[in-house]
Design a protein around this ligand. Structure first.
Ligand SMILES: [Zn+2]
Length: 275
């Protein structure tokens, strides 16, 4: 399976309860993911979609369209509009600041912020215990720690932010099969993080009694300063001298400087999820 087939399987209920008007497409491929109609999950079915007035009609595959499906049953009431307070269902593609994990058995788990927790708590997904008031990386770590994620090699999908541009999210959706290359999907596209290195750093913190320090930005300062391209050799030398097993820690750090920024925040999520 790939990212799209997992996303499709995990969102089956959204499409079942929605009365989708699918048509035979007039184009060769989905306007979002670019896959030919013969190779999408609901083969040869397309949903006509117009971004806004003045835009041409596009055809989306049912998978790419799924974040745009509002569902009272699964996700709950998003808001109430107008003087008559007409309820509007939550759709995945409007959950700004919220993320998700789709496990290797195609189960959808949501990581929601406080605002969305209140909105989605009446939905069937919350009733199944698949909605967590946490951030997406903490959710991923919790599912990884207790085994619900499944074997990472089987593939899972990690979404750090649905945002509001679901076509950007779905257009670049990537599946993770190796924790050294965690594909972080969001409405700004997909990026890659070495989660395996971060787990190694967390292990170093536990082994060297540095769990608290590793969650403080001050502790990492010489490393993050260097990652920004401003090496302070004296500060780094002092840091190496006072940090236990510092050489081993440096060896475990992710090699990409971008992955070395915000280390304390990442450690906070990883170390607290594993406790
Ligand atoms: Zn598509």
């Amino acid at each position: 399976m790939d990212a799209y087939s997992r996303f499709h399987a995990a969102t089956t209920r959204l499409r079942e309860v929605a009365d989708l008007q699918s048509v035979t497409p007039e184009t060769g491929a989905c306007a979002c993911c670019g896959r030919p109609w013969a190779s999408v999950e609901d083969s040869a079915l397309a949903i006509p979609y117009v971004y806004g007035s003045g835009f041409a009609k596009q055809y989306l595959c049912t998978t790419c369209y799924s974040p745009k499906i509002g569902s009272f049953d699964e996700l709950g009431i998003g808001s109430r509009r107008g003087p008559n307070k007409i309820p509007v269902p939550v759709m995945l593609g409007m959950m700004t600041g919220c993320g998700a994990v789709i496990t290797s058995s195609n189960q959808l788990f949501l990581a929601v912020n406080e605002g969305f927790r209140l909105r989605v708590e009446d939905g069937a997904l919350a009733a199944k215990g698949r909605v967590y008031r946490t951030d997406p990386l903490s959710l991923l770590m919790a599912l990884y720690s207790d085994g619900r994620l499944g074997d990472p090699k089987e593939g899972f999908v990690y979404i750090s932010n649905f945002g509001r541009k679901s076509l950007v999210l779905m257009g670049a959706l990537r599946m993770t099969t190796d924790l050294r290359e965690l594909w972080d999907n969001s409405d700004t596209g997909a990026s890659c993080t070495d989660l395996s290195a971060l787990l190694d750093v967390a292990r170093w913190a536990r082994e060297n009694d540095h769990v608290t320090q590793a969650q403080k930005s001050g502790f990492w300062q010489p490393i993050t300063t260097a990652a920004r391209g401003k090496l302070d050799q004296d500060a780094l030398t002092r840091w190496l001298a006072k940090t236990p097993n510092a050489r081993e820690l440096v060896h475990r750090l992710p090699s990409d400087p971008h992955d070395r920024l915000g280390l304390h925040k990442k450690m906070e999520k990883i170390l607290q999820a594993a406790q």
